[in-house]
Write a protein that binds this ligand. Structure first.
Ligand SMILES: Nc1nc2c(ncn2[C@@H]2O[C@H](COP(=O)(O)OP(=O)(O)OP(=O)(O)O)[C@@H](O)[C@H]2O)c(=O)[nH]1
Ligand SMILES: [Mg+2]
Length: 290
């Protein structure tokens, strides 16, 4: 069972492969589009495949799969796939629209980092939504890590300030900071994030910092639109793609990497604390191609 065994797309297995001909290329392009890689990537990838088939005289299904795996994996080579959290403390901001899985992903990553021996502290930076801090606190208990929170409606910057102070005082390795998915309008949300970044600049200037955009894979191309908006203002360093267990359209991973030049760092594969995997491009395309 592959790492992405919960997510199965198996594009090629769904095709009736008899020989490599134009009909097969067309079917392939169609299933790539259906898997959400986007029209441009689908047509460019198939064009590359045509060229390779011709030049390398590929004949078997296995050869075709191997070539397609390589072609698609190349689209995923954008930036560093692992988290840079090497300073003490390091700070990871989790951003994204409401309901995509920010708080859940924080819980899963806290658990994962703790099991790697890191001292983690959570920052309840979503002070906007009622019960957001309570939800994060449940995850802090599950993962067995500290949390810094304030009352509902508090200034998220002030919560982050407290969390950074606590991290320094307690010698923590990583601060994982939740943020609101919804404010009164988009500009408010972006201003809020900019403010939080300023606090980090001031209070932990030399810290490693990641800003992870959380996207729900089941929203398909909609996720791309969100990513574009956040990318403009938020200085993204990576993507967490959640709910891949709920879709066969994992091709969105390729569309995002390709269009934004930002690497997918983790994927969410369920609601449980262990249902998060570091993203591995090779394994991913292997599962996708089948
Ligand atoms: N199946 C599945 N469900 C997930 C995954 N990640 C999160 N969820 C579910 O998605 C729902 C929303 O998750 P949250 O973590 O609350 O999302 P959020 O982005 O913090 O939402 P807001 O705080 O409202 O902005 C919850 O029911 C989670 O259990 C995943 O990888 N797979
Ligand atoms: Mg939340």
């Amino acid at each position: 069972m592959g790492i992405f065994s919960k997510f199965k797309s198996a594009i090629l297995s769904s095709l009736s492969f008899s020989k490599i001909d134009e009909e097969l290329f067309e079917e392939l392009e169609e299933s790539l589009i259906l898997s959400d890689v986007g029209v441009n990537v689908a047509s460019a990838a198939v064009e590359q495949l045509r060229t390779r088939v011709r030049k390398e005289k590929l004949e078997t299904e296995e050869q075709l799969k191997a070539a397609l795996r390589e072609i698609l994996a190349a689209y995923l080579q954008v930036g560093e796939p692992t988290l840079a959290v090497n300073t003490r403390p390091s700070v990871v901001l989790f951003i994204g629209v409401n309901g995509v899985g920010k708080t859940t992903s924080i819980g899963k990553i806290a658990h994962r980092m703790k099991s790697e021996g890191k001292k983690v502290i959570l920052c309840a930076g979503d002070t906007f939504r009622a019960a957001a801090a309570d939800q994060l606190e449940i995850w802090s208990n599950r993962a067995g890590v500290d949390i810094v929170r304030q009352h509902e409606g508090a200034d998220p910057g002030a919560v982050l300030f407290d969390a950074l102070a606590a991290a320094k005082a307690r010698n923590c390795d990583v601060v994982l900071c939740d943020t609101a998915g919804r404010l009164h309008n988009k500009q408010n949300l972006m201003n809020e994030l900019a403010k939080m970044r300023k606090i980090i600049d001031r209070e932990a200037p030399d810290s490693d910092r990641e800003t992870l955009l959380v996207l729900d894979a089941t929203t398909g191309q909609n996720g791309l639109i969100q990513a574009r908006q956040f990318k403009e203002t938020a200085g993204l360093t990576g993507i967490i793609l959640t709910k891949l267990d709920g879709t066969a359209k994992g091709g969105i991973v390729i569309a995002i990497a390709q269009e934004l030049g930002v690497p997918v760092k983790f994927v969410g594969l369920g609601e449980g604390i262990d249902d998060l995997k570091p993203f591995d491009a090779q394994e991913f395309v292997a599962d996708m191609i089948g």
